[in-house]
Design a protein around this ligand. Structure first.
Ligand code: HEM
Length: 222
């Protein structure tokens, strides 16, 4: 057990935790996007999807706890790695302000990650809270109407759209970085992984971002 904790505490171990938790979050986002894109199919379909999920509530709760642990590990390890990197190469920041090897995406992972964290707090406070603990609309199973009503606000939708652009930037580097940690950095496949990561990030940013845009412009903002 001691050896396991020791290896997970090493620099490589932390990178491994980042990669595994990152891949889990990448998969979660695909499922979450598919679920949310049913909003485009109208109130009946979306409200039924949410009602059906309620019939398997205990399973959803277990998944949510696992997801929370994954998020905690990902954030905690990311911060620890960032601090370690800064302590290991302080002169780099003082002299050049940047590393030659690291591009702007990799250097801003903590910053973009922090924006996503703020987004998540706001997001869960609005949607997860209302869907699980109720609101005037969700108490009547009017989940679609609750989402539409939330995105009628320019400020709220604007915040989402900005956060989704940042999410795309974070995912773009995170995706390729995870595969690099697993050793898939051979010239032959790495350019393919880079393209796959870029395509995935664009789909996530545009997919999630299209929801506030749709409700704001087709339902009228206020
Ligand atoms: C416009 C975009 C989005 C919409 C409309 C949306 C909608 C929702 C809704 C309705 C819920 C509550 C589901 C329930 O409890 O039954 C939820 C939960 C959640 N959302 Fe989102 N979401 C969006 C984007 C995101 C993004 C980008 C992330 C991650 C970066 C995210 C992470 C989560 C998490 C972790 C939960 C709690 C777990 C769950 O209930 O599935 N969401 N979202």
């Amino acid at each position: 057990m001691g050896w396991l904790l020791e290896s997970l505490n090493s620099s490589l171990g932390k990178k491994f935790i980042m990669a595994v938790t990152g891949i889990c979050l990448i998969l979660f986002l695909i499922i979450h996007l598919i679920n949310n894109l049913t909003l485009f199919l109208g109130p009946e379909v979306f409200n039924n999807v949410v009602k059906n999920l309620e019939t398997i509530k205990p399973l959803v709760r277990v998944v949510e706890v696992i997801l929370l642990l994954i998020f905690i590990f990902h954030i905690f390890n990311g911060i620890r790695l960032w601090i370690e990197n800064r302590q290991a190469r302080p002169e780099r920041y003082a002299v050049n302000g940047s590393s030659k090897n690291a591009d702007v995406f990799s250097r801003t992972m903590v910053q973009t990650g922090s924006v996503i964290f703020v987004f998540l707090v706001v997001h869960l406070q609005t949607f997860w809270y209302a869907f699980n603990f109720g609101s005037p609309l969700t108490d009547l199973h009017k989940y679609y109407e609750f989402v539409a009503d939330s995105f009628k606000s320019y400020a709220y939708s604007g915040f989402y759209i900005a956060a989704m652009i940042i999410l795309g930037v974070h995912l773009n580097h995170g995706f390729q970085s995870a595969f690099q940690t697993f050793g898939w950095n051979h010239k032959k496949y790495f350019s393919f992984i880079k393209i796959l990561g870029a395509v995935y990030s664009i789909i996530m940013a545009v997919g999630f971002g299209s929801i506030p845009v749709y409700f704001l412009f087709f339902y009228g903002g206020n």
